[in-house]
Design a protein around this ligand. Sequence first.
Ligand SMILES: [Zn+2]
Length: 258
Amino acid sequence: MIEFYFLTFYFGAIIGSFLNVVILRLPESKSVVTPRSSCPVCHHMIPWYENIPIVSFLFLRGKCSQCKTKISWQYPLVELITALAALFFIGFGYSGLSSLTVIFFKFTIFCLFLTHFIIDIKHYLLLDVLNLYLAGLFLFYGFFYHSFIFMGLGAAIGGGIPYLVTWLFYKLRGKIGLGGGDIKLWAALGIYLGPLGIIHNIWLSCTLGALIGIVMIAFKVISRDEPLPFGPFIIVVAVVQIFKPDLIASFLTNFIGF
Ligand SMILES: [Zn+2]
């Protein structure tokens, strides 16, 4: 059994290594398959033994083997998070063939969320292509588990309410509040979360974003005019809603009372 856990963990690390390439190249519309990875500073081609997930970073002590430029912590971190997710979803989640689809559905959703999250922090971008993949997966899943009314209403509310608010805000203040990517992400999430779930997400992620924004301004991490990427808040709330739904339910009943 220990070999199985180790295999799922390392499978996750390899997927994480691929996600790092996606995070690096997708915002620049470059191919995620070719060319092979090289150091961005000295362009030294990275051989396979310097490209082993997690292990190589430790072995190289976080530096390029040629020019000694520091390698970003993002690389081993994404590999580790994806490895732990694979261990959690596949290693511990596996209980027969029938659950295999659900397991891979959940793991893929998690990978897309992680990619979205980091690209938004780095570039203030929620890419359409990732929103489309999410919407496609949610539709596929919903085809078996949800009604079309549930999915349609969720998507309409998820896209509609934030769009209306942004439009009103623009008419009143002449400023764009939310990005189009945030609105599209909510529309996609609405397919899976349904009408009530997406309202919870909009409300909780706005609250979370406002709270963290205030704290970051108070501690001078960011200035008052500096925008925060909003996608990460939507994603953090969605991760809890999708993977730990009972936590949201008990939070809503115990603390808010509805
Ligand atoms: Zn280098």
